[in-house]
Design a protein around this ligand. Structure first.
Ligand code: MCN
Length: 789
């Protein structure tokens, strides 16, 4: 079935209430902490209080003798166990091999960030484990620490393999051609910026239970995770060396992940391994303070960018250099984030013929940095959209005209940084956003603010992202070690109801509803008759998990492929039942008909016949109606849109108030507009959170995390924002059978530059020319004061 026919099916585009909400809203969710296993012990990790130190000794005897303590494991116990792998290796562009230092599951002689794992204490109760963890005595010889990329090269080396703390250099584009274009430019706009480090802060902190069955020699890991099959693959193949079929990973209900739960973490491996050592089930719940220290963080880029233009403001070339902070070790996908997920997005929505991007990635004494909602794409969008607005201001064209003059208006479009966009309508998104934002009324609103002694500004951001992270062929061509795909199994039961097993994982995105909508629409059955199973390697055949807004476009497409197979087989059964030829059978609205006749039978009858064969042509047909498919797309999907933010700033206090926020997105065909709207709302709040208040700060001399709790790390709340105005434009994706493009990260990608551009627009009359996130009152006030000075 083609994407255009699919979009017309019943239930597609219907704002159905989420099936999963009944259990979430009535306290019947089943999170990892809700799982209680017999004979369960509790683990607590002893973490480094220092950012960089040599371990001189670990004294565990006193702690081990405390009540209830089962065992204390240190680095010595696990020295034969492999380190955590970095899944997506990048080929360095300077001929030097990328430095991939070992990442032990418990520290081996050295700690490299505050929160690094030193020991695991297992005790009968959580309190006993906590008390014993405090009694473990660790001797440290403190070493100098570095937290900023700008200081990394001259700092004390974290790893012997990288004496200057440099991990890799990576580049894309034709430098000579870019330099030549700059030499002939009428105008060059330059920008230096920092993309601030963030802590993910999912509502449910990480949690895991390691379990071992001595009778079958099988392990089970319950874990709050976004991709259980990948977790199992990395843990068995790269770290523990176990046969994969002996390990089952179950990610039950997961209270948010935002990227921070796609990695293989040391705690997960320790718990799984120790479960066999102790023949015990061992539970660990990450506390919020621990999560601040040890979850993989996001962003942390320092960049310089330049745009070369002709006299009319047409982009000729762009040049970018970025220093990316990787933290102390390489987390699972960390090397892909500042490279193939970032640099390839720097063409944005524009016809910039030449782009050269160079990335240097560094180790520092901070928590590992990896993908966080958007992963590389928010960093690219922030840089590009800040630069484009500045181009517009410098040339006197304004933020809209500079965009309109440079928008791509023909598709497919091949960018100079590897990607080929299939469809879009960027001008329509911008025009509609201007209507929603009532740009025409802005001058009057600004005058009204002035009259109150306030400054009002408007900011644009026209983002694009590459979603549906998968295409193996593109990933491979860009130097990644592995491509991705997704798997779906559709099991039709004899009564005609259906269970779908998907490799995508839902941790807030509503897949149990939208995936059921897809299946119900195709088979013409009620949505209630479709259940979606995910998050269990013991039940789902295989899966690559959820990130990169890939689930509907890749996971959904795998289910569509399985449904194609179901339909083909079901037609054969229908042909047998109606004594017609296979070629004459048509299927629509849950009924099989014979072309040119009034013969018809419902889907349910075919399903029953598949399992209760009667006069069945067993020589031509196997019983059963159960199909599995794997889908590896040929391209990414390219959602895009324009966001317009309007702020009012009080120059006396530096307080920024978001007064209006309008977002127009193109997600192709939409399965469930209510769920999509919720995703956009959440994304915008997350993006505005970064732009307004969230900021992860380490003390530069000691490497201590200064923002290690919600007292110091400000999270956005509903009352920080106005009601958002949303709309969509639809140009269906051309290469997946649903026509969908991902929506899960758009808000977080598009919104930060819109807000900062608005703040800059507001403060321009006060002489403020530059400003970095977050726009907290203290920073805004300081920027105003230094512009005055
Ligand atoms: N959808 C739709 N029509 C479209 C596109 C999507 O109806 N054209 C629906 C999908 O069927 C799905 C939801 O919208 O129910 C999101 O789909 P998609 O864009 O495919 O994104 P994923 O499901 O792959 O979710 C991943 C994305 C990412 S990468 C992050 S990070 C993120 C996000 O989703 N983390 C989240 N949203 C989150 N929402 C919650 N509540 N919690 C998180 O941790």
């Amino acid at each position: 079935m083609g994407a255009s026919d699919f979009s017309k099916l019943p239930h597609i585009g219907e704002a159905l209430q989420r099936k999963e909400d009944l259990r979430f809203l009535t306290g019947a969710g089943n999170y990892t902490d809700d799982v209680h296993l017999a004979h369960q012990a509790h683990a607590v990790f002893v973490r480094s209080p220092h950012a960089h130190a040599t371990i001189t000794g670990i004294e565990t005897a006193k702690a081990a003798a405390m009540p209830g303590v089962v065992r204390i494991f240190t680095g010595k116990d696990v020295e034969k166990i492999g380190g955590l792998p970095c899944g997506w290796l990048i080929t360095s562009s300077d001929g030097q091999p990328m430095k991939e230092p070992p990442h032990p599951i418990l520290a081996q002689g050295k700690v490299r960030y505050v929160g690094d794992h030193v020991a695991m204490v297992v005790a009968e109760t959580l309190e006993q484990a906590k008390n014993a963890a405090e009694a473990v005595e660790v001797g440290y010889d403190v070493l100098p620490a570095v937290t900023k990329v700008s200081d990394a090269a001259k700092a004390t080396a974290l790893h012997d393999i990288a004496p200057d703390n440099h991990c890799y250099k990576w580049a894309i584009g034709d430098k000579a051609q870019v330099d030549a274009a700059f030499a002939n430019a009428a105008h060059v706009t330059k920008l230096d910026l920092t993309n601030n480090r963030l802590v993910p802060n999912a509502m449910e902190p990480r949690a895991a239970i390691g379990s071992y069955n001595r009778a079958s020699d099988e392990y089970t890991l319950y874990v709050s995770n976004q991709n259980p099959h990948v977790e199992r693959l990395l843990m068995t193949a790269f770290v523990l060396g176990l046969p994969e079929h002996k390990v089952r990973v179950i990610a039950p209900d997961v209270g948010g992940g935002f990227g921070s739960k796609i990695y293989l973490y040391a705690e997960d491996v320790c718990l799984t391994w120790a479960a066999k050592q102790l023949n015990r089930n061992i539970k660990w719940n990450c506390e919020r303070g621990e999560a601040f220290l040890s979850d993989a963080h996001g962003r942390d880029h320092v960049s310089h960018a330049e745009m070369a233009m002709d006299k009319d403001g047409k982009f000729l070339a762009m040049r970018v250099h970025t220093d990316a902070n990787l933290g102390a070790y390489l987390s699972t996908f960390s090397t892909a984030v500042p490279t193939i997920l970032y640099a390839t997005l720097l063409a944005g929505q524009y016809t910039c013929p030449q782009i050269y991007v160079e990335v240097d990635a560094w180790f520092t004494n901070t928590a590992p940095v990896d993908a966080y909602r958007g992963a590389g794409r928010p960093e690219a969008t922030y840089l590009l959209e800040r630069l484009v607005s500045r181009c517009g201001w410098e040339l006197g064209l304004g933020q809209d005209e500079i965009r309109k003059r440079n928008f791509i208006n023909q598709w497919p479009y091949q960018t100079p940084v590897a990607l080929q966009y299939d469809t879009g309508d960027y001008l329509q998104c911008l025009t509609r956003a201007q209507e929603l934002a009532d740009v025409a009324g802005f001058a009057a609103r600004r005058a009204a603010s002035e009259a109150k002694g306030l400054k009002r500004g408007i900011g644009y951001s026209s983002y694009i992202e590459a979603c549906g992270i998968a295409p193996s062929n593109i990933a491979g061509a860009l130097g990644a070690r592995a491509g991705l795909f997704e798997c779906g199994e559709v099991r039709v039961h004899p009564t005609g109801s259906v269970t779908v097993f998907t490799g995508s994982h839902s941790h807030g995105q509503g897949h149990e509803t939208t995936f059921a909508q897809v299946v119900a629409a195709r088979l013409g059955i009620p949505v209630e008759n479709v259940d979606v199973v995910h998050g269990d390697t013991g039940r789902v055949p295989f899966g690559m998990g959820t990130y990169g807004s890939r689930s509907i476009s890749v996971g959904g497409a795998a289910i569509m492929k399985a449904l194609d197979k179901i339909e083909t087989k079901a037609k054969k059964i229908a042909a047998h039942l109606m004594e017609a030829s296979d070629a004459d059978i048509e299927f629509a609205n849950g009924e099989f008909t014979v072309k040119g006749t009034d013969k018809k039978i419902p889907f349910g009858q075919v399903a029953l016949t598949a399992y209760v064969p009667h006069n069945y042509p067993l020589d031509k047909l196997e019983p059963g109606l159960n199909e599995t498919a794997f889908y590896d797309p040929t391209n990414f999907t390219f959602p895009a849109g324009t966001y317009i933010c309007e702020v009012e700033v009080d120059p006396a206090t530096g307080v920024v108030r978001v007064d209006r926020f309008s977002a127009v997105d193109d997600f192709g065909t939409i399965i469930n507009p209510m769920i999509v709207e919720g995703q956009v709302h959440g994304g915008i709040v997350q993006g505005l959170g970064q732009a307004l208040m969230e900021n992860c700060v380490y003390d530069e001399s000691t490497g201590q995390l200064l923002t290690g709790s919600f007292m110091d790390y400000a999270m956005p709340r509903a009352d920080d924002f106005p009601q958002f105005k949303l709309d969509t434009v639809c140009t269906p994706c051309t290469h997946n059978p649903l026509g969908t493009k991902g929506c899960g990260e758009a808000g977080a990608i598009g919104s930060p530059p819109a807000l900062i551009n608005a703040v800059l627009d507001a403060l321009a009359p006060l002489g403020v020319k530059d400003f970095d996130m977050p726009a907290s009152p203290a920073r805004v006030w300081a920027a105003i004061q230094s512009a005055k000075a």
